[in-house]
Design a protein around this ligand. Structure first.
Ligand SMILES: [Zn+2]
Ligand SMILES: [Zn+2]
Length: 399
């Protein structure tokens, strides 16, 4: 095992310049959800060049690369996301975004490059028996590209016995591999609440029905969903992020509109929170004589890592990188991730690689953020190791 890992690291080390060039090339030309034409063309062209059977156009710009070796029946899915964000990057990097207002601020450029690095190695020197499905997904940032790929037949066309994905973790030690069984990322739902009242003269409130005062009371009431209704053992948040009403200090407005997000690390709690938000909005509105209208937009479900695949990924990392660099049960995160949809259908795990904690490092979605290139070889080696462990060759059968 140790010899094999040393060999993999050495070989990937030789390709480090290539992997970094792909990462920086993708970073230089960021593309938003379902518009990843250049990125997905690069991915497809490289995979084809290395002998993968390449399928384009799943969820517009998604790509699946298939590589079969031996006669093993097992099928492994490894997924990377490819999309960027509508953020203006801080200037100063030679490979910085050339597209104003767009940037790779979540490290998906790095995720794509790590999986490409592994893909190249596995095609040339991979020791495995079975089928590899490399899934390059568009539109992770709010657009639900994972779901759309599934709706377009991802797992019917490319069945997987297990699937894995890796995300960088800013402000954590560079190269640290973090795993977690069970609920790991939160569900997210978004509501727009409109309170309809009757506007009027600021000096004659008795002739109006003020939606603004009702809205203020509702913002406070909504704080009780987490503090009074939710199980304190399960992380959850309700955030009222916008509140708009009126535009003059002498006029009572007709309506007040607020936008909120609701997150939970458990499906039952998620359902309860949605119900409580509705009940509070309706009842508060009634008590103030205004009318509430709620529009929901469902975000991603709770991301739940399956125990068995999580253990396999952890053991795979542990055997290669040592206990010093592997965390078996890292805390859950209250951001959300559309790989959750894939994990609802197929056993697997989502894990993290520390992006570095040097002073001045930025969180994802920050204009100063950058993927840490020191992780490219480590991440690629993690994928190679996991693929060779999951699709392990039966050495006895081969004599
Ligand atoms: Zn993101
Ligand atoms: Zn991301």
């Amino acid at each position: 095992m140790h010899d094999r890992h040393t060999q993999v690291m050495r070989e990937l080390g030789r390709r480090a310049d290539d992997i970094r060039a792909w990462r920086r090339g993708i970073h230089h030309y960021p593309e938003l959800a379902f518009d990843e034409h250049k990125t997905s063309a690069l991915v497809a062209q490289l995979l084809e060049q290395w002998g993968y059977e390449v399928h384009r156009g799943l969820a517009a710009t998604g790509v699946v690369g298939v590589l079969r070796r031996g006669t093993g029946p097992r099928r492994l899915g490894l997924r990377a996301d490819m999309d960027a964000l509508p953020i203006q990057e801080l200037v100063g990097r030679p490979y910085g975004s050339c597209r104003p207002g767009l940037m790779h601020a979540c490290g998906h450029d790095g995720h794509t490059a790590m999986l490409l690095g592994a893909a190249h190695f596995l095609a040339e020197q991979g020791e495995f028996d079975g089928t590899l499905h490399l899934i390059f997904q568009p539109g992770e940032e709010g657009a639900g590209g994972a779901k759309r790929m599934m709706d377009e037949g991802l797992f019917e066309r490319f069945p997987c016995d297990s699937i894995f994905a890796m995300h960088n973790a800013p402000l954590h030690r560079q190269g640290e591999l973090q795993f977690r069984e069970g609920p790991t990322m939160a569900s997210a739902d978004y509501a727009t609440v409109t309170l309809h009242g009757v506007g009027g003269h600021g000096g004659m409130p008795h002739l109006a029905t003020d939606p603004l005062v009702a809205a203020a009371a509702l913002v406070t009431a909504l704080q009780t969903v987490v503090s009074r209704n939710c199980d304190p053992q399960i992380a959850s948040t309700v955030t009222v992020a916008t509140l708009h009403a009126g535009d003059s200090n002498i006029v009572i407005p007709n309506q007040a509109v607020m936008q909120l997000s609701v997150r939970a690390l458990d499906q039952a709690q998620r359902d309860l929170m949605v119900r409580r938000v509705e009940e509070l909005a309706m009842a508060q509105a009634r008590s103030f004589g205004v009318r509430a209208e709620i529009e929901w937009r469902q975000g991603y479900p709770v991301l739940v890592n399956w125990p068995e695949p999580t253990r396999l990924a952890y053991q795979s990392a542990l055997a290669r990188f040592g206990a010093e660099r592997c965390v078996p049960q890292t805390p859950a995160v209250t951001a959300s991730e559309d790989f959750a949809f894939m994990l609802e259908k197929v056993p697997g795990a989502y894990f993290f690689i520390g992006n570095g904690d040097a002073p001045g490092s930025c969180v994802v979605h920050h204009p100063g953020y950058d993927f840490n290139d020191d992780n490219l070889v480590i991440g690629a080696a993690m994928w190679v190791g996991l693929a060779e462990d999951f699709l392990v060759r039966d050495t006895q059968a081969q004599g």
